[in-house]
Design a protein around this ligand. Structure first.
Ligand code: GLU
Length: 441
């Protein structure tokens, strides 16, 4: 049997992180088995379905790199004729009937499914045997009119026509499954295999939604999350690969994925973990790719050689380009590009005095002045040159004044890193400025 899964979003909102994970699990399951995933738009809710959301879903899937095969028919709204034919068959065979539905003072007709009131049992790949007594469902509505089918009917017909073998979807759909099984049996279709995956929960353990903050893929994209990191994180959100390994490429996920290892319980969304994954992928990028990745965070006209020199530091310290942009706008990186304003009283380390700060800065200056150019290409050479002195004299009292002289900040990367980025001339100039501030009454 060739595995065919499906991803049938309703284009009623921007592509949500939960939908992305459902699409990913469907893709991984199919690809692992050598099959395919198909896409269709469930746009029977004509009020809320919008072309812009459809576009966003298509673009987000492409950006994430989740492939799918398009069926010839794409949108439920374009398939009214097909649903009508099946509805007619159901009515003729006595499985459905038209009935008046009293709503307020006007009476309108709907089409109801004649419930056989049986017990429906299906084996869910994640939850095991699931059993429902369908008599509680009464004769449920399957269409508002012969031309206006509802979700349950349309899903069953589409899944059948698309040759879907496996329905992998959110746990919130599990109560829909018995209705859909009743309909498909009445139509004489083969039952697909079901797998209901746990919901993504917010840290407060309620279903993740907009009120918890960012949920749409396009927002994560704008923040500078890379698709590989999102894919990797989403795959592990509810699926356990077995073992400690966490970093997987899409190809590796396809190889490893098994639906039996999807948890039954809800998976809590953890933004810190997602940031961690993003860092892993930023660190694995080539130098050129990383440069391009962060370029947009820098203001136009930023000194190229400084930007170049900052790359190794940024690679170690940032999680996303969005965060870098924020820090940049807040001025946190300004001192790399221009000399900071310093205040004499902030130069000495806490508990040490201006005289000591002066001595240590003067010493550091002379060491650095004599340090050959090739020792400035990495912070390590600068550190080695000053480390022994700093350790002997007290690291805080030597390194704080130096770091402050270079950055003008209470907190910053260490002075070796800053010196290597701004270079020898600028380092000496900033030390001179600090010495002058200390000695000017
Ligand atoms: N259109 C439904 C949704 O977006 C999917 C239903 C299904 O997977 O059967 O929730």
């Amino acid at each position: 049997m060739r595995v065919i899964t499906r991803f049938p979003p309703s284009p009623t909102g921007y592509f949500h992180i939960g939908s992305a994970r459902t699409a990913l699990f469907n893709y991984l399951y199919a690809a692992h088995a050598g099959g395919e995933m198909r896409l269709r738009f469930e746009d029977t809710d004509t009020e809320r379905s919008k072309p812009e959301f459809e576009k966003d879903i298509v673009e987000s899937l492409a950006w994430l790199g989740i492939p799918y095969t398009k069926p010839e028919v794409f949108r439920q709204s374009e398939r009214t004729d097909i649903y009508r034919d099946h509805l007619k068959c159901l009515i003729e065979a006595g499985f459905a009937y038209e009935a008046e539905e009293a709503t307020g003072d006007s009476a309108k007709k709907v089409i109801r499914f004649k419930n056989p009131n049986t017990r429906v049992i299906f084996t869910d790949l994640i939850r095991g045997e699931v059993s429902f007594d369908t008599s509680d469902l009464k004769d449920f509505v399957i269409a508002r009119s012969i031309d206006d089918p509802l979700y349950h009917l349309a899903v069953v017909i589409d899944d059948h026509e698309m040759g879907v073998t496996h329905v992998i979807r959110g746990e919130d759909h599990i109560s829909n499954t018995p209705r859909q099984i009743l309909i498909l049996e009445a139509l004489g279709f083969v039952r697909p295999i079901y797998a209901h995956i746990p919901l993504i929960l917010a840290p407060d353990k309620t279903k993740l939604s907009k009120r918890h903050g960012v949920v749409s893929i396009n927002q994560y994209r704008a923040e500078g999350y890379v698709p590989e990191a999102l894919i990797n994180y989403l795959a592990l959100l509810g699926w356990n690969p077995g073992g400690d390994r966490e970093v997987f490429s899409l190809g590796e996920l396809i190889k490893e994925f098994s639906i039996e290892r999807v948890h039954k319980g809800g998976a809590v969304f953890d933004i810190e973990k997602l940031r961690w994954f993003n860092r892993q992928y930023l660190q694995a990028m080539s130098g050129a790719a990383f440069h391009e990745y962060i370029a947009s965070a820098f203001p136009e006209g930023a000194d190229r050689s400084t930007v170049q020199a900052l790359l190794p530091l940024l690679r170690q310290s940032i999680s996303t380009s969005g965060e870098l942009k924020k820090s940049m706008t807040a001025g946190e990186y300004d001192f790399f590009f221009e000399a900071p304003t310093i205040r004499a009283e902030n130069i000495p380390n806490k508990g040490s005095n201006p005289g000591d700060a002066c001595t240590h800065l003067a010493h550091a200056r002379s060491v650095l002045e004599n340090l050959p150019g090739n020792a400035w290409t990495s912070s390590e050479g600068i550190k080695v040159a000053l480390w022994e002195y700093a350790t002997g004299q007290g690291r805080g009292s030597v390194l704080w004044p130096l770091r402050y002289a270079l950055s003008g900040k209470q907190r910053s990367p260490d002075p070796f890193i800053i010196a290597s980025i701004i270079g020898k001339d600028e380092t000496l100039r900033r030390i001179d400025a600090a010495l002058e501030a200390l000695t000017t009454p």
